[in-house]
Design a protein around this ligand. Structure first.
Ligand code: CMP
Length: 137
């Protein structure tokens, strides 16, 4: 059993894709163990994306992720980290296959609708950034 952190980004919330995205994961069989809607502040954005701090797209990424509400959630299930990444599709929507979330709903790498943890270490760090232990049921 594994837990992963997932976030519908501001473009996904703005476009009304939250239900569709949550539904896909629920229908797949993952268990929703935590859920929050929030507007991310600059400090949390910089902590969440710390690994990209030196990248040329970092400032744009922080601007975008703080531009409107996001929906953050934690899913639990067998191989949740890799399975969720598979269902999300490739980071760049041009490489994401039809049937994946980015393949079906995104066209650009900047506004690619969804984030999911890349590794067990990232999942633990990201879950702790967004949720207190007692918020995970
Ligand atoms: P995400 O999985 O949230 O992790 C970092 C994000 O940076 C990524 O999705 C993209 O939306 C965004 N990004 C913007 N430009 C790039 C790029 N050139 N390479 C990788 N990620 C990028």
């Amino acid at each position: 059993m594994e837990r992963t952190f997932v976030m519908v980004k501001p473009d996904g919330v703005r476009r009304g894709l939250v239900g569709e995205i949550l539904g896909r994961f629920e229908r797949k069989g993952f268990r929703l163990v935590g859920l929050r809607m929030l507007r991310i502040g600059r400090e949390l954005a910089e902590a969440h994306y710390a690994e990209h701090r030196e990248k040329p797209f970092f400032q744009g990424l922080v601007e975008f992720i703080t531009s409107g509400p996001v929906v953050a959630f934690v899913l639990e299930g067998p191989n949740a980290i890799a399975e969720v990444r598979k269902m999300m599709g490739a980071t760049h929507p041009k490489d994401a296959l039809p049937g994946t979330i980015r393949g079906d709903f995104a066209t650009t790498i900047d506004e690619n609708v969804i984030h999911g943890s890349a590794s067990p270490e990232d999942a633990a760090r990201e879950i702790a950034l967004f949720f207190r232990e007692e918020e995970l049921l």
